[in-house]
Write a protein that binds this ligand. Structure first.
Ligand SMILES: [Mg+2]
Length: 343
C-alpha cells in the first residue's frame, strides 16, 4: 500500500533516482530552460539526480561545470556520457589494456584512457576495436583509418565497431550541422558493416546510469520521443516527455508504441505536482477537465479543460488506445495547439 492516495501521486512518487537529458530539458544552447533549474534543485534536495547525454565531444567534468554555472550542484560522476557507455560496452568485448582506434575528440580519448585502454589513430597498429564519436575536428583521414581497420566483417574475425551515438544532427549556434550518425554512416557506406551503438536510443547508456546510481526505480526525463523516450522504454525505465525541447504536441499524438512516455509535462514544475488520472469511459478519455472522444476517424474535443497540458494528455491517450495510426484520424487543430515553451 502506497503512502500516497492515487490522486496525490506525482511523477516523482516512489522514484529513487531521476535521470535527465540535457538539451531541451535543462538548457538550450548556453542558457537554462524556464523553470528547469528551480525544479531540478528541488529534486536534488530530495533524491539522487543524474544526467545522461549523447554528446561525445564534451567531458563529464565540462558538462558538470556548465550545470553548476546554471545553479545546480553537479559532480562529474553524476553525468553519464555516451563515451562512457561505449567504454562499458567495449570492455565486455575486448581484453583489458587493448589498443583502440579512436575516431573522435578529447572527450572520447579521455574515457578510453580512464577505462585502461591504449589509443591509436592508425589502422596499422592492429587495434582490437574501433570507437567512434563526434568531434568537430574529425576528418576524412580518421574515417578512412576506421574503414581500413574494419574491412573484415565481424563474423570473419573482424574487430568490434562501437559508435557513441548516431544522432543525425548536432545543433550549433549558426544552425543545424551533420552529427555523428552521418560520419558513422560514411564509414558504413565504405565497408558495409553496421556499428553497435552505445548512446540513446540504445540501452547501454541507460544501463550505465542505472548501475552507477544503483537505481531501483529510476525516472528518465527527455524532450525527444525517438531517442529519449524510445531508449528509456527499451531499458525498462519510466519516462517523462517535457514539452520544452524538440518534440511538440503533434509528435506526441503520433508517437508509435515503444516511444510513448509514462508522463507528459509542459515544464518541469509539474514534476512535483499531482499527476491527473486518465479516465476512460467508452470512447471518451478524460484528464481532469479535458475530454476527448474518438468516433471512427474523428477525434472530437468535448471539453478543453483549464490547462492545455490536460488536453494533450487526453488526446494522446485517446489516440494511443485505439492502436491505429495517426494518419487515419481527422484531428482538430486545437488538440495540438502548442502554447508550451520552445527553445
Ligand atoms: Mg534533448
Amino acid at each position: 500500500m502506497s503512502l500516497f492516495s492515487r490522486d496525490r501521486r506525482t511523477p516523482l512518487t516512489d522514484v529513487d533516482v531521476v535521470l535527465a537529458d540535457l538539451d531541451g530539458v535543462v538548457y538550450a544552447g548556453a542558457g537554462a530552460i524556464p523553470h528547469a533549474i528551480d525544479s531540478l534543485k528541488k529534486v536534488e534536495a530530495s533524491r539522487r539526480l543524474g544526467y545522461i547525454t549523447n554528446n561525445a565531444s564534451r567531458t563529464d567534468a565540462s558538462v558538470a561545470a556548465h550545470l553548476t554555472e546554471l545553479g545546480l550542484t553537479v559532480a562529474p560522476d553524476e553525468v553519464v556520457t555516451s563515451p562512457q557507455a561505449a567504454m562499458r560496452l567495449v570492455s565486455s568485448l575486448i581484453p583489458a589494456g587493448s589498443t583502440i582506434l579512436v575516431v573522435g575528440g578529447e572527450g572520447l580519448v579521455d574515457e578510453v584512457h580512464k577505462a585502461g585502454f591504449r589509443v591509436t589513430r592508425s589502422a596499422d597498429d592492429a587495434p582490437a576495436a574501433v570507437v567512434q564519436g563526434f568531434a568537430p575536428e574529425v576528418g576524412w583521414k580518421d574515417l578512412a583509418e576506421a574503414a581500413f581497420a574494419l574491412k573484415l566483417p565481424e563474423d570473419e574475425g573482424g574487430i568490434p565497431w562501437i559508435a557513441t551515438n548516431t544522432d543525425w544532427t548536432i545543433p550549433q549556434s549558426r544552425g543545424v550541422a551533420p552529427g555523428n550518425g552521418t560520419l558513422v554512416s560514411a564509414v558504413h557506406t565504405a565497408i558495409g558493416r553496421l556499428a553497435t551503438v552505445a548512446g540513446k536510443p540504445e540501452t547501454p547508456i541507460f544501463e550505465e546510469a542505472v548501475a552507477r546510481f544503483g537505481a531501483k526505480h529510476p525516472l528518465f526525463i527527455g524532450d525527444r520521443l525517438d531517442t529519449d523516450i524510445a531508449g528509456a522504454s527499451r531499458a525498462g525505465i519510466e519516462s517523462v516527455l517535457v514539452l520544452t525541447g524538440i518534440d511538440r504536441p503533434k509528435h506526441l499524438l503520433a508517437a508509435a508504441e515503444g516511444s510513448r512516455p509514462t508522463y507528459i509535462l509542459g515544464d518541469l514544475r509539474e514534476l512535483d505536482e499531482p499527476y491527473p488520472q486518465t479516465q476512460i469511459k467508452g470512447d471518451t478519455v478524460t484528464v481532469r477537465g479535458a475530454s476527448v472522444r474518438v468516433d471512427g476517424p474523428d477525434i472530437t474535443i468535448l471539453s478543453e479543460g483549464d490547462r492545455p497540458i490536460d488536453l494533450v494528455r487526453a488526446g494522446a491517450a485517446a489516440i494511443w488506445r485505439t492502436g491505429r495510426q495517426i494518419f487515419g484520424f481527422r484531428v482538430p487543430e486545437r488538440l495540438y495547439a502548442d502554447p508550451f515553451h520552445r527553445p
